[in-house]
Design a protein around this ligand. Structure first.
Ligand SMILES: Cc1cc2nc3c(=O)[nH]c(=O)nc-3n(C[C@H](O)[C@H](O)[C@H](O)COP(=O)(O)OP(=O)(O)OC[C@H]3O[C@@H](n4cnc5c(N)ncnc54)[C@H](O)[C@@H]3O)c2cc1C
Length: 309
């Protein structure tokens, strides 16, 4: 990239959503720039599941393969380990400042895809990060198969915890919900969970016990210790949009970007795909599909042809 470079489409984020959009836009002869800070949410995990033909692949390998495929398209440029520091709207489209901490270059584009994923905050439990992605996960569809029929935990502090427990209970008959002291499972929900064999522990968690990320027990403030082989946490997720400078796309009550079903935000020329665009499910193949769809929509919009999708 030169000091200021011009593109048809700037894609912010090089996960499956952004890279899939780049592949399909590249094939449509768009000049594409992908800027990727290379800090994907799934970096915590060793293996990714559920991506057709790539079940069980390490997440970094999936990204490497995708970037390698893009090298066949000279009209697609991928820059890693730099971020879009700010994005402004101009008469011609958008201008982005790009760099690590300070801007080292500028790019302009008539369309922008926000494929920045989500930022997640884990429940406030000591040393949870040390187990996350090894024996504690956040996505049942992604990782419950490997944990099935074992003694599982669900740790969370959000109001949807009982619903999540009902889902996870399909993979095991030994599930304990840990609310970590938060008042988030109602008495009625606790009765319903008990009816399907799910226990609820309401005391704050004082310690996760295990070795090298393999959890063995959860200790509670009342002195109880519950033996556990693995499980799930319920993080809080947020879309990180602070780099938008004077651009205010519609968001829902939780601050998540709102788009139409094709990935258009309410700002002309500004699109979103993958985890950054609600709704989920938050999965690699869904993000990749959303990237392909938004690419098709951008191509159609660029020539004023209506989309049927
Ligand atoms: C622990 C864990 C395990 C998971 N396991 C699975 C699994 O087994 N199977 C599965 O299908 N899904 C799994 N997921 C979910 C999956 O990782 C996501 O759904 C998927 O990565 C979303 O893709 P994305 O392209 O939208 O975002 P991401 O993959 O998160 O990529 C977004 C990229 O944008 C970059 N970025 C953000 N802001 C900027 C900026 N300002 N400038 C430049 N770049 C920026 C980030 O650094 C990142 O590289 C898992 C998630 C986690 C947390």
């Amino acid at each position: 990239m030169t000091e200021t470079a011009e593109y048809d489409v700037l894609i912010i984020g090089g996960g499956p959503a952004g890279l899939s959009a780049a592949l399909n836009l590249g094939r449509a002869r768009s000049r594409v720039l992908v800027i990727d800070a290379d800090r994907p949410r799934n970096a915590a995990t060793l293996l990714s599941h559920g991506f057709l033909t790539r079940d069980g692949i390490p997440p970094h390998e999936l990204r490497r393969l995708a970037r390698e495929e893009l090298t066949a398209y000279p009209n697609v440029e991928v820059r890693s380990r730099v971020r879009v520091l700010s994005l402004r709207q101009t008469d011609a489209g958008f201008t982005a400042d790009i760099g690590r901490r300070d801007p080292s270059g500028t790019a302009t584009a008539s369309a922008v895809v926000l494929a920045t994923g989500l930022r997640e905050t884990l429940p406030d439990v000591p040393n949870l990060r040390g187990y996350y992605g090894i024996s504690l996960f956040s996505c049942a569809a992604c990782d419950a198969w490997e944990l099935q029929d074992r003694r599982l935990a669900l740790i969370g502090e959000s109001a949807d915890l009982a619903d999540r427990a009902r889902l996870i209970a399909r993979w095991t008959e030994s599930l304990t919900v840990f609310t970590n002291g938060a008042d988030v499972v109602t008495a009625g929900e606790q009765v319903e969970l008990a009816a399907i064999g799910v226990a609820v522990q309401r005391h704050p968690i004082t310690e996760l016990v295990g070795e090298r990320g393999r959890i063995e027990a959860i200790r509670l403030a009342d002195g109880t210790s519950v033996a556990i082989d693995g499980g799930f946490v319920r993080p809080e997720w947020e879309t990180e949009l602070s780099f938008l400078d004077g651009i205010h796309p519609a968001v829902d009550d939780a601050g998540n970007l709102l788009t139409d079903r094709s990935g258009r935000t309410d700002i002309p020329g500004l699109y979103a795909a993958g985890d950054a665009a609600t709704p989920g499910p938050q999965q690699l193949i869904v993000a990749a599909g959303a990237g392909a769809r938004v690419a098709a929509v951008i191509v159609h919009d660029s020539v004023g042809v209506a989309t049927a999708h």
